[in-house]
Design a protein around this ligand. Structure first.
Ligand code: FMN
Length: 167
């Protein structure tokens, strides 16, 4: 049976650099039989980053962000999916605020504070993580590798794809 993937555009500009790369990755996945649900983070209902309610640390909500807002269906879809494609433009040497909101909640819900088993994600999925920037490819590699480490640890094995000099 075909895999079901979620693709997230964490940039505001539809059909520009970041979105184009995400769409190409979607085409590749679809050519292999995957079904892809695309999400534009800038077109969701209102949402925030992690509000530090610690609901996800309660045993019965383990691995689930309990904050209900525009990101809830996205977090649910990612939890059910077989893979994640996510892309963001570089804004001020970081990723977009929308990316960060999703990232905080995606990672924190799976983090346990238990040193022996720091992650409670029982369904790791492969992640393709795309970033575009005006600066050359090498400029933000360290930052991207830091994200890669956290995503690999708490979501699943992550590959990064950087496309610089988009100007
Ligand atoms: C608010 C803002 C901040 C930006 N900051 C940076 C930056 O610090 N470094 C950089 O290389 N590019 C920066 N850029 C350029 C974008 O990362 C680059 O043009 C990107 O490819 C845009 O993606 P898009 O075409 O999908 O919107 C910035 C753009 C904006 C709008």
């Amino acid at each position: 049976m075909g895999k079901s993937l979620v693709a997230v555009n964490a940039g505001p500009r539809v059909k520009w650099n970041t979105d184009t790369l995400i769409n190409e990755a979607i085409k590749g996945a679809e050519s292999q039989g995957a079904i892809v649900q695309k999400v534009d983070l800038f077109r969701l209902e209102k949402y925030t980053g992690c509000i530090s309610c610690f609901g996800c640390k309660k045993e019965k909500f383990k691995g689930h962000c309990i904050c209900r807002d525009g990101l809830t269906p996205v977090l649910d879809a990612i939890r059910e999916s077989d893979g994640l494609i996510i892309g963001s433009p570089n804004y001020l040497s970081e990723l977009t605020a929308s990316f960060r909101a999703l990232y905080e909640r995606l990672i924190f819900q799976n983090l346990t504070y238990n040193l022996e088993t720091p992650c409670c994600n029982e369904h790791p999925i492969p992640v393709l993580f795309i970033m575009t920037s005006n600066a050359p490819d090498t400029m933000y590699r360290d930052m991207m590798q830091n994200y890669q480490q956290s995503l690999s640890r708490f979501v699943g094995p992550t590959e990064i794809f950087i496309s610089g000099e988009t100007l």
